[in-house]
Design a protein around this ligand. Structure first.
Ligand SMILES: [Zn+2]
Length: 344
């Protein structure tokens, strides 16, 4: 039985008991004009027990793939310490949004996106907790707030090496804040576009493979980055949709990846069949949270299940960290959460 189901059942029992008592209380009121003290006290006790249970309940890691099947991964209670020669790829749980932190085999760092504006404090805390002092390469995949919202805070708090964003015009306050933060620190913005080999970690390769063309849709302008270390590889896709995917497939560029970040939070407009075929992932990561778009969609989940691709989701597993030793992959699920100024 899943932990969520147990919680739901206990919740239902407590709510049922409280409801029953409340009913009795009202019945007494009707009959005698006032209810006995013991009934009120009992109702109070039931509600208190309920509140205490939910307050004290240990952190959920919800290790399911949405279909209730457990996902392979070890839960860790402290940040994973990278051993020499290991590369880490963190898919940080920013709710509905995206953020990935990469630490290369020699310790160089890359941050791709930083979640929404309201997650900036959390992102800074996450990076500090992970022992990050400098972001060697910072990438804003495209100007949407759920990706670049936290970038200004990251720029304010950490040393930044190079900073890449695609050439897209945007006049949102969020975008202006990012540009202003960069300007204040004298950081120039390099253009994120296809065929740029990033000077990152000497042990790994990191290449921007998209955007290939000039697209009118902001999502399609997303920087797509392929990172490879030894025999392991990752494709980080921003919100690139089927147009960009089609051009990527047609370009013949190497898209092969063991781990695919599913485009646009699992929207139907991404993860087209030929693209998925060419990437050929073993794992799919979906960065989504509470949203009104229906992300990830049942169609995308069914498509991934149909190809026996293991799905990991931030909304059910929290922070997801892949550990690569250049040959094989290990998965760590990190239940760390940051709520209102403090870590849970
Ligand atoms: Zn997005």
């Amino acid at each position: 039985m899943g932990a969520d189901l147990v919680t739901a059942l206990i919740g239902a029992v407590i709510a049922g008991a409280a409801g029953l008592l409340l009913g009795k209380l009202n019945a007494f009121k009707k009959k005698k004009g006032r209810s006995p003290l013991w009934l009120g006290a009992l109702l109070f006790a039931v509600v208190l027990i309920g509140l205490l249970y939910f307050e004290e309940r240990p952190d959920e890691t919800g290790q399911t793939d949405g279909g209730g099947k457990p996902v392979a991964g070890t839960t860790i209670s402290a940040p994973y310490v990278r051993a020499e020669g290991e590369m880490l790829v963190h898919y940080i749980n920013v709710g509905q949004g995206a953020s990935q932190l990469l630490v290369g085999p020699t310790g160089k760092t890359m941050l791709i996106d930083a979640g929404n504006n309201d997650k900036e404090e959390m992102i800074v805390a996450y990076l500090q907790r992970a022992g990050i002092k400098k972001i060697d390469i910072l990438v804003g995949t495209h100007p949407d707030a759920d990706h670049i919202g936290g970038l200004d805070a990251v720029i304010d708090h950490f040393d930044i090496g190079q900073f890449y964003m695609p050439k897209v015009q945007s006049n949102t306050k969020t975008y202006e804040d990012v540009l202003l933060a960069a300007k204040k620190k004298g950081i120039k913005v390099d253009s994120a576009k296809a065929d740029v080999n990033l000077k990152w970690d000497s042990g790994a390769t990191a290449r921007i493979v998209a955007p290939i063309g000039d697209y009118s849709d902001t999502n399609e302008m997303s920087a797509v980055i392929r990172v490879a270390y030894g025999e392991t590889s990752f494709l980080l896709t921003g919100d690139a949709e089927s147009k960009s995917e089609t051009d990527l497939v047609a370009s013949g560029t190497n898209l092969k990846a063991d781990v695919l970040l599913i485009g646009h939070h699992g929207s139907n407009s991404s993860t087209s069949d030929p693209f998925l075929e060419r990437v050929g992932p073993k794992y799919a990561v979906i960065q989504s949270g509470k949203n009104n778009y229906g992300h990830p969609t049942p169609e995308i989940l069914a498509k991934l299940a149909g190809k026996n691709i293991t799905v990991l989701r931030n909304d059910t597993s929290g922070n997801i960290v892949f550990v690569s030793n250049g040959k094989s992959l290990d998965i760590k699920l990190d239940p760390w959460e940051y709520i209102k100024g403090k870590a849970k």
